[in-house]
Design a protein around this ligand. Structure first.
Ligand SMILES: Cc1cc2nc3c(=O)[nH]c(=O)nc-3n(C[C@H](O)[C@H](O)[C@H](O)COP(=O)(O)O)c2cc1C
Length: 152
C-alpha cells in the first residue's frame, strides 16, 4: 500500500556461524556497512527479493546477536526466509523491512531464543498476509551494498 514505508537494505549473503541451522532457523546474513545509521537494532517482518526477482517472506533481525555476543558484536542483517529451503550464499538480496516487531534481546538460553523466533515467524505471517509482495513500493534504484534506504 502506498501509505506504508519501508527500510530497504541490499547486500551479498555471507557465511554465518551456522548456529541458525542448529536453532532450526537458518538465516541469510548480510553485512551492514553503516554501523549506526537511522535503522536501529530490532526485529522486523518483511520481504526478501532474490536476483531472479522472486520475493520470499522473511522475519528479519537487525543487530548484534546479544544472546551470543553481548554488546560487542558487529551489526548485521539476518533474514529467516519463511517456507524456504535452499542455498543463498553469494546471492545479492534486497531486504524490505516493513513492520518493527520488537527490540533485540539477550535471551538466557537457546530455548528462549527459539521460542521468540517462532513467535516472530507467526507475527510475520500475519503481516505478509496483509502486505503481499506485489504491494511493495518500487525502487528507482536499489541501495548500494550494505547501505539502508528509506522508501514509501
Ligand atoms: C527473526 C529473528 C529474530 C532474532 N532476534 C534475536 C534476539 O532478540 N536476540 C539475539 O541475540 N539474536 C536474535 N536473532 C539472531 C540469532 O541469534 C541468530 O540468527 C543465530 O544466533 C544464528 O546466527 P548465525 O546465522 O550467524 O548462525 C534473531 C534472528 C532472527 C532471524
Amino acid at each position: 500500500m502506498a501509505d506504508e514505508s519501508y527500510f530497504v537494505v541490499r547486500g551479498r549473503v555471507e557465511p554465518g556461524d551456522q548456529r541458525g541451522r542448529e536453532l532450526g532457523f537458518p538465516t541469510a546474513n548480510i553485512a551492514l556497512r553503516d554501523q549506526r545509521g537511522e535503522l536501529g537494532d530490532g526485529v522486523w517482518a518483511g520481504w526478501v527479493e532474490r536476483p531472479d526477482g522472486t520475493r520470499v517472506a522473511a522475519a528479519v533481525s537487525v543487530g548484534r546477536r546479544p544472546t551470543y555476543y553481548g554488546a560487542d558484536g558487529y551489526r548485521l542483517v539476518e533474514a529467516f526466509l519463511l517456507d524456504f529451503a535452499g542455498d543463498l550464499y553469494g546471492e545479492s538480496l534486497t531486504v524490505w523491512l516493513g513492520r518493527h516487531l520488537r527490540e533485540q534481546k539477550a535471551y538466557g538460553s537457546a530455548e528462549e531464543l527459539i521460542e521468540a523466533l517462532a513467535r516472530d515467524v507467526e507475527t510475520t505471517r500475519g503481516w505478509v498476509a496483509e502486505h503481499p509482495a506485489a504491494t511493495l513500493p518500487s525502487l528507482s534504484a536499489p541501495p548500494p551494498d550494505g547501505e539502508v534506504l528509506r522508501v514509501g
